[in-house]
Ligand binder design. Structure first.
Ligand SMILES: [Zn+2]
Length: 72
């Protein structure tokens, strides 16, 4: 099952509960809970539009952009 936050493969924990090791999203049935850290990282990326190119490269090389999924 793909994570609704970052599209990574989720791990089944039993009892219809799934967990994403990349971003920490929990899914139970149709409901998913996005971690607060993901929401805060998305907000950081939205509000730091003036990041220098080197900072942007670091952001992506650390996998943060992949882990938080698309920023709305
Ligand atoms: Zn995920």
């Amino acid at each position: 099952m793909a994570c609704p936050t970052c599209s990574h493969t989720m791990h089944g924990l039993g009892h219809d509960i799934f967990w994403c090791p990349r971003c920490g999203t929990l899914r139970t049935g149709p409901d998913a809970t996005t971690p607060y850290l993901v929401e805060r990282a998305r907000r950081f990326e939205r509000e730091c539009v003036q990041l220098q190119p080197a900072d942007r490269r670091l952001w992506h090389s650390l996998g943060i952009g992949d882990s938080i999924g698309p920023v709305a």
